[in-house]
Design a binder for this molecule. Sequence first.
Ligand code: CAA
Length: 247
Amino acid sequence: MTQRVALVTGAMGGLGTAICQELAKAGNKVVAAYHPQFDNKDAWLADMAAAGFKDFVCVAGDVSVLEDCQRMVAEAEAACGQVDILINNAGITRDRMFAKMERDGWDAVIATNLTSLFNMTKQVSAKMAERGWGRIVNISSVNGVKGQAGQTNYSAAKAGVIGFTKALAAELAAKGVTVNAIAPGYVATKMVMAIKPEVLQTIVDSVPMKRLAKPEEIGYACAYLSNELSGFTTGATININGGLYYQ
Ligand code: CAA
């Protein structure tokens, strides 16, 4: 079977790492896209090699900057030929109650979590359509589905991710390219651990399963949506949140 090339943004974060590993386990060649300010790349690669993942290709850039995305995809294509699977995972939080939120916290979250989808997807979608095969998976959030106090910026961006997913899915459905979203709940990553412990405890208490998600439980869904056999699934949002919220 053809080995597919999967590019994952935010690859060296908690969720991104698990996504890279699950995609590699499924037989894909993985390109790990990371923010140039992340200064632990070599340690991350060493950890991956120790875990048995020895041939990840790395590209560095800021997903909120169009030119960086053009360059990262060009580098991925130079190294691997083409990009068949794009996982738009990179994301940040700047949590504040709306009354206290400033424009910079709004702009940063919209740029990194939503405009990045334009920037990255633009580089690969037409070529996927021309080849007649592609998989695009966008990481949304339970908080984009239900709304979360303290996250008007993040909830707006992550709801936007779902709208983008549905619209592009309709445009590409006849071209062999699927576009889906995953809406994770609270996952055991640094982003979630940054929440004040007492606030986090209240959140975990409100999850019917009474625990955080393991990153690999999200990575596995990315591998599923990237598989050959997921070809009839498009425009979907998979909720993976321990029962916290469903529509
Ligand atoms: N709903 C409604 N009101 C709430 C609230 C809630 N869930 N939580 C707090 N408030 C209210 C308080 O009652 C208080 O009101 P009064 O001032 O009237 O007493 C007010 O908000 C406190 O506001 P402050 O700005 O003073 O609070 P703070 O600075 O201490 O904390 C915060 C604000 C940082 C947003 C904090 O509430 C917080 O961290 N909340 C959690 C946000 C969250 O869930 N983030 C998810 C991050 S992980 C992620 O995003 C990944 C993913 O996809 C799931």
